[in-house]
Design a protein around this ligand. Structure first.
Ligand SMILES: Nc1nc2c(ncn2[C@@H]2O[C@H](COP(=O)(O)OP(=O)(O)O[C@H]3O[C@H](CO)[C@@H](O)[C@H](O)[C@@H]3O)[C@@H](O)[C@H]2O)c(=O)[nH]1
Ligand SMILES: [Mg+2]
Length: 195
């Protein structure tokens, strides 16, 4: 952490329940040379990883569908969200975590994943950096039903969709999750599914 325009950083814990909310107070050097005090809340729910699973021959992708409470209270009628497989990094690095999440949520066991980019998803309020992956899947890699961890009550539905159908769902607004849109667009730009 090095920025000579910032000094006297103080951290106050506001909430420490499932995740952590801190309030940072600090002095910021303005362009006119004076210091001003600023306050910023930062929600720390760890870092994450997300992956687009795709099959070139079939022209398909694997997505998930699950209930997302924060969207339900903000305009998403039934609260259901279609998303790429994703999870929070707990133990292990991003690559290990995403392979584990793929098996837990979708039932596929894949050995090769490729990191394509990373992104702060909400830099003004959430500390998280998200690591983005792509990975090829085939029918014979399916080792379970998926659905998510039992103890996490995730109830994840696994969807296998034609890539073109997923792109349409992005246009109609049926898909409106940022990480999912980013990965679908990556696949489109880089012609991963050969169009
Ligand atoms: N009890 C309880 N459980 C929670 C709470 N918040 C989350 N959980 C549980 O913790 C699980 C975390 O599952 P992961 O697969 O690790 O993460 P995710 O929810 O799929 O994805 C998160 O990270 C993505 C990548 O950054 C995000 O895109 C997504 O919105 C979400 O925050 C959730 O499914 C849910 O069951 C909470 O406040 N209370
Ligand atoms: Mg998940």
């Amino acid at each position: 952490m090095e920025n000579h325009h910032i000094k006297n950083i103080k951290k106050e814990l506001l909430s420490d329940n499932w995740y952590t909310l801190n309030k940072f107070s600090f002095e910021y050097l303005r362009p006119d040379g004076t210091w001003e005090t600023q306050h910023r809340e930062a929600y720390d729910r760890g870092n994450g990883a997300a992956i687009l699973l795709y099959n070139e021959e079939k022209g398909t992708v694997i997505l998930t569908r699950q209930f997302r409470m924060p969207t339900y209270v903000n305009g998403n009628e039934d609260g259901m969200m279609v998303e790429v497989c994703a999870g929070i990094l707990e133990k292990g690095n991003a690559e290990q975590t995403i392979k584990m999440e793929v098996e837990e949520e979708t039932g596929y066991q894949i050995d090769e994943v490729k990191k394509v980019f990373e992104s702060y998803m909400s830099p003004g309020s959430v500390t998280e950096i998200l690591y983005f992956f792509i990975g090829k899947y085939e029918d014979n890699m399916k080792v379970g039903e998926g659905g998510g961890a039992e103890d996490e009550t995730e109830n994840i539905e696994v969807l296998e969709l034609k890539f073109q159908e997923a792109l349409k769902m992005m246009q109609t607004g049926e898909i409106r999750d940022a990480k999912t849109i980013m990965l679908l667009q990556y696949a489109q730009i880089n012609k991963l599914l050969g169009q």
